[in-house]
Design a protein around this ligand. Structure first.
Ligand code: TYD
Length: 137
């Protein structure tokens, strides 16, 4: 029997900094397991705001907190886990069928998200009960 994939999948982002400062690299075959078709970033989040509260049917994403910090809560229909992202040296992979919420944004947080498809509202599940039924059959 194969072991199920862990809910929190962190990948190392190669660091190429030197005396001048930091440089982080996400490239296909390295930190990125998929070709990127869209990049967006969440920043200047107002105090106390939480976001996300959805899952995707097909989309794969890599989230990198390039400044500040944010806590992501992931739920696969059975287990729930939280992870704090506070380093541009770590990326969080979120595949299809994972409910995600983003909490505790620091005021300086910049969360970059690399995705393997263009924006498509039809790929979203925005209701947690609908999501739970979707993944548990
Ligand atoms: P929303 O899904 O509410 O963001 P979050 O999951 O972070 O809470 O997205 C906010 C708005 O931006 C919504 O109208 C959809 C739009 N949007 C795009 O047009 N393209 C994108 O790539 C993303 C992620 C969102």
């Amino acid at each position: 029997m194969s072991t199920p994939a862990p809910l929190v999948q962190l990948v190392d982002i190669p660091q190429r900094g030197d005396a001048r400062g930091q440089l982080s690299v996400a490239e296909l075959g390295g930190a990125l397991p998929f070709p990127v078709r869209r990049v967006y970033w969440i920043h200047w989040t107002n105090p106390g705001v939480s976001r996300g509260f959805h899952a995707h049917k097909k989309l794969h994403q890599l989230c990198v907190c390039v400044a500040g910090s944010v806590r992501l809560s992931l739920f696969d229909g059975k287990s729930e886990e939280s992870v704090v992202l506070d380093s541009s040296a770590k990326g969080l992979l979120i595949g299809p069928g994972i409910w995600r919420e983003m909490h505790d944004f620091s005021p300086d947080c910049v969360l970059m998200v690399f995705a393997d498809a263009e924006y498509d509202e039809a790929d979203y599940i925005r209701d947690r009960e609908v999501f739970t039924r979707y993944v548990t059959g």
